[in-house]
Design a protein around this ligand. Structure first.
Ligand code: OXD
Ligand code: MN
Length: 588
């Protein structure tokens, strides 16, 4: 088997690569250094093989289209496993396999799986290079698409190897595209071994192992052992006209407008205000020397949902994808410009759809896949926070939990204290979307938006959240938001997008103790007039309706939460169930 230069003398790494290569039997092993020349030659190769299609060079410089297999377009939660020694450690919300069984089953699949192919060794770092809080991972993959995406999404290449030095402290990720047969597709996490094995999918969340697999599932496990938190949260900085910046982290389930919120452009009324993006998906939170909670974005790019992205919903994202972007499963025009449902303007008369088939305007089928994506470098973002590479991260003043709910949950609500905020996060629910396979539009509990991403028992994860309070003398204030509440005719009550700045302003002001609130049975909500509606043509009664607490709806909600908590049995933190009962007794 041919190796290109190995780039390292780390014997732990060399030994492991050798072992994996002798199992997968690739024709050659190529070590990736992350250089511009390497990117060019891998891109040329991908183009020559039809893996990437060059887009219109004038409109989309340096950008490419990738079409995945139609059976491989989203994360597959039912095929994602947490392989802890016991089932209880994984908990009732994760699929579990015994480590020995998972290794044995996947060894059978990996054996000889890279014959005739190349194994790329992809060193990468999650978090700023050189920071003691960052984590090094090595992904072995036979997919050049994965290598190129990892090059955008992480600090990939030699810098990560330099950070690793001679140590054994790296995540061992093994990925093989296989035959893309859903019957032979598994994403297995071995938290105790800091190892991820992924077989049979090339889709982002299943195959770019730094993102959901390492930064969230393995990360949350490491966080519990090491006293920090890995969260499915965007991080943004709000700068007021005096130049003071307040940092906020926010958890939303997939496809709830998280990237839009992270890149929000304040409306005209907020002249002089700016929102900076630190991250759009993942936050690693640690206690700083000053007793506050500090957040780092471990990623280096955006893997965003394309449909619905346009110059109104997210102008900064449009700028992010203006060059050097990989689009996956979008539609294209005749002259190779990208298109998706919800892009500005009318649909063109004719397109090539995400599967490469001719598409005509008015067709019942969508031209772009609803979970089509863009992979864009963070440095394309004109509002990228100047603090993204700061090893300490940014100090967080408010944490937000948001879901997509047509009823019950008010536009915004502040918790009374940390434990109540943890309860709000633990009971977070959202109506499902296309980001994961399965039925859409069903309300599912998605605690802290971590349901598919928590690498251990969710009840233990809540205990960890509750315990963190002791270690954070100056904690952020905790909030819940819902941009998606509807009126009785099914129309959204709140305009959303950039107008969410008005809600964010209330949150920031609350965090600094600068504005009042109304106490309700379930938390603090803004009083009439607290949310600045100037310059917005909206009937204020709609905002009242959006922030209203309807007791009958809450009764149903609180009762539904009972079964959610009960599934965790003895491991369930008593504090959270006690809060639920207390709230319910207030109605009864
Ligand atoms: C994502 C997701 O891709 O949450 O970020 O599904
Ligand atoms: Mn996400």
């Amino acid at each position: 088997m041919r190796h290109t230069t190995t780039l390292t003398s780390n014997k732990h790494l060399l030994g492991w690569v050798e072992e994996m290569a002798s199992m997968c039997q690739p024709d050659q092993v190529v070590w990736c250094d992350g250089s511009a020349e390497e990117k060019k030659s891998l891109t040329d190769y991908a183009v020559s093989k039809g893996i990437l299609i060059p887009l219109n060079e004038e409109k989309h410089p340096g950008s490419y289209l990738h079409r995945s297999s139609p059976n491989d377009v989203a994360r597959v939660e039912h095929l994602t496993f947490i392989c802890t020694p016991t089932k209880e450690e994984a908990g009732p919300t994760n699929n579990w396999m015994a480590p020995a069984d998972a290794y044995a089953k996947l060894k059978g699949w990996f054996q000889g799986s890279m014959k005739g192919r190349t194994m790329y060794v992809v060193p990468y770092c999650m978090g700023p290079l050189g920071s003691k809080h960052s984590k090094v991972g090595i992904e072995l993959t036979d997919s050049v698409y994965v290598v190129l995406n990892m090059g955008i999404m992480t600090r990939m290449g030699k810098g990560a190897l330099d950070m690793l030095g001679a140590t054994n402290d790296f995540n061992r990720g093994l990925h093989c595209t296989g035959e893309l047969n859903p019957e032979r597709r598994h994403i297995c996490h071995f938290p105790q071994d800091n190892t991820i094995w992924s077989f049979g999918s090339g889709y982002g969340g299943n195959a770019l192992l730094g993102k959901k697999c390492l930064a969230l599932r393995i990360g949350s496990f490491l966080g519990k052992s090491e006293g920090w938190m890995a969260e499915h949260m965007l991080i943004l900085g709000v700068e007021d006209p005096d130049g003071n910046t307040t940092y906020v982290a926010a958890a939303f389930p997939s496809a709830c407008g998280k990237t839009n919120f992270a890149m929000m452009v304040p409306p005209r009324r907020f002249d002089g205000w700016r929102v900076y993006t630190v991250g759009d998906d993942i936050a690693w939170l640690r206690v700083g020397d000053d007793g506050r909670l500090w957040a780092v974005n471990p990623e280096n790019g955006y893997f965003g949902v394309a449909p619905g992205t346009n110059w109104k919903s997210n102008p900064n994202a449009m700028k992010c994808i203006s060059r050097d972007t990989i689009f996956t499963n979008v539609a294209v025009t005749k002259d190779l410009q990208v298109w998706w449902e919800g892009l500005d303007g009318e649909a063109p008369e004719e397109l090539t759809d995400w599967q490469g088939r001719p598409w005509k305007k008015g067709s019942a089928e969508k031209a772009a896949h609803p979970n089509s994506r863009f992979t864009a470098p963070a440095t394309n973002n004109p509002m990228l926070s100047p603090r993204v590479n700061d090893a300490r991260g940014v100090p967080i003043s408010a944490v937000i939990f948001g879901g997509r709910r047509s009823n019950t949950i008010p536009l915004v609500m502040q918790s009374w204290n940390w434990a109540h905020g943890v309860y709000l996060g633990a009971t977070l629910a959202s109506e499902t979307t296309a980001a994961a396979t399965g039925a859409q539009g069903v309300v599912r509990r998605d605690p802290m938006a971590m349901l598919p991403f928590c690498g251990y028992n969710m009840a233990d994860y809540w205990s960890h959240w509750l315990k963190m309070q002791k270690h954070v003398p100056y904690p952020p204030k905790l909030f819940m938001v819902n941009w998606f509440r509807k009126d009785k005719d099914g129309k959204f009550l709140w305009p959303g997008y950039g107008e969410n700045m008005r809600v964010l302003k209330w949150i920031v002001d609350r965090a600094h103790g600068k504005v009042g609130a109304q106490e309700t049975l379930f938390g603090w909500v803004p009083k009439q007039g607290h949310i600045d509606l100037s310059g917005l043509s909206i009937d204020p009664t709609r905002v009242d309706e959006a922030t209203a607490i309807v007791e009958a709806e809450w009764k149903t909600e609180l009762e539904a939460q009972k079964a959610h908590f009960e599934q965790f049995g003895e491991r369930m933190p008593k504090t959270l169930e006690l809060i639920r009962q207390t709230l319910l007794s207030r109605i009864n």
